[in-house]
Design a protein around this ligand. Structure first.
Ligand code: UD1
Length: 373
């Protein structure tokens, strides 16, 4: 039996893939793992393999950073011969990073069927790189695994046949539920000298927020003001650190003392830090989902979200990037009631199992889902 080929490349892929890899192992579904190397710093990659017990990749492409065109093109060039060599029954891509799109494009052109995990999410911002990756990957896929009904509706509206779409839940949440207790036990907040006091957590790495220095300076101004209400722990993504250093904003925040800057954290530490927080400010996609399940209020520093269920069912509020609005919302959350939250349908820790069951059924029935391409 040919293997399925699972590709990961960047930090948010690793927690999604971990659940799939372990479900495939349980079900005796042979899997080959390829790491494109889009992320390569130990704290953005290695630590996740170790903590999440991901097996060593069978093949690492070692691509590294670059412009969108060069990164995407290099992934495609390196992946093509690897794909031919592995000759899988099915290619599986997760999420919306450049690696997901680049490898899906290679796979379909080589006539391998494509499965997309976390399909159908749309924020409707045509300039956001991940929105481009999502839309295109979904239209290359034969099997589309979704996390929520709004994603199913988006795919239907784009003309994707319903029999390709499977609502399975959320593999990122599978991993969260697996590690939640271990994360809680670490009391990560204490490590930052917070000693039981209410604190906020900030993450920021979207190009739209950090690449433009004026925009970043505005956001940092609101962060400093939030810091006057409660200490803010800020694990800084490399893209953001470079910008902060350039403009000396970093030094200003450090001297305030209420905004604690740190290197990116490992998975379990980060979940522990978020779980203990009174408030999270973020422009990440996955953190909107994780805070929903952990019941921690989240302010999303973007003008839209591709994960509306985190707003309608969960703890998320999309606030944008206006400093006064951010501070007003942060004040409301810090001094208000903790919101009622409902965990979205099927976010129960078993999405990976469901995906593997569908893949096995498809492979058994059709020989290969390519019969439907
Ligand atoms: C990528 C994903 C984004 C995801 C994020 C999570 C795309 C288009 N973007 O954004 O969806 O939310 O990962 O972190 O795929 N860098 C390092 N070390 C690394 C990797 C990157 O220092 O290991 C620096 C480099 O200067 C690089 C910059 O970060 O140029 C951006 O990296 P890149 O992978 O292109 O995009 P991210 O901003 O990380």
């Amino acid at each position: 039996m040919k293997p399925i080929l699972l590709v990961v490349g960047a930090r948010p892929n690793f927690m999604k893939a971990a659940s799939l890899v372990s479900a495939a192992r349980e079900a005796d579904l042979r899997t080959t793992l390829v790491h494109t190397g889009q992320h390569y710093d130990p704290e953005l990659s290695r630590v996740f393999f170790d903590e999440l017990e991901l097996p060593e990749p069978d093949i690492s492409l070692g691509i590294g950073s670059g412009t969108h065109a060069s990164q995407t093109a290099r992934i495609m060039l390196e992946f093509e011969p690897v794909l031919r060599e592995i000759d899988p029954a099915l290619f599986v891509g997760v999420g919306d990073v450049n690696s997901s799109l680049a490898c899906s494009l290679v796979a379909i052109k080589e006539h391998y069927p494509v499965a997309h995990v976390e399909a159908g999410l749309r924020c409707r911002d045509p300039w956001m790189p991940e929105e481009v990756n999502r839309r295109l990957t979904d239209h290359l896929a034969t099997l589309l695994f979704t996390t929520s009904r709004d994603a199913d509706a988006n795919l239907a509206a784009e003309g994707i046949p319903a029999d390709r779409v499977h609502l399975v839940g959320n593999t990122m949440i599978d991993t969260l539920l697996r590690f939640r207790d271990a994360a809680r036990a670490r009391s990560v907040g204490d490590r930052f000298g917070l000693d039981g006091q209410p604190y906020a957590v900030l993450t920021l790495h979207r190009p739209a927020n950090v690449d433009d220095v004026e925009q970043l300076a505005d956001i940092m101004d609101s962060v400093r003001r939030v810091g006057e209400l409660a200490p803010v722990v800020f694990p800084v993504h490399p893209r953001t650190r470079r910008q902060l250093e350039d403009e000396r904003v970093l030094g200003r925040l450090e001297s305030e003392g209420r905004v604690v800057l740190t290197e990116p954290l490992g998975y379990v530490d980060f979940i522990g830090l978020v779980d203990g927080a009174r408030l999270v400010l973020t422009d990440s996609g996955g953190i909107q989902e994780e805070t929903t399940v952990l019941g921690v209020p989240c302010l999303t520093l973007r003008t839209s979200t591709e994960r509306p269920v985190t707003v309608t069912a969960g703890t998320n509020t999309v606030v944008g990037t206006d400093p006064d609005l951010i501070v007003a919302e942060a004040t409301r959350v810090l001094f208000g009631e903790r919101p009622a939250t409902r965990v979205p349908e099927l976010w129960d820790g078993r999405a990976g199992e469901r995906i593997v069951a569908v893949i096995q059924r498809e492979l058994a029935e059709l020989g290969s889902p390519s019969a439907r391409v």
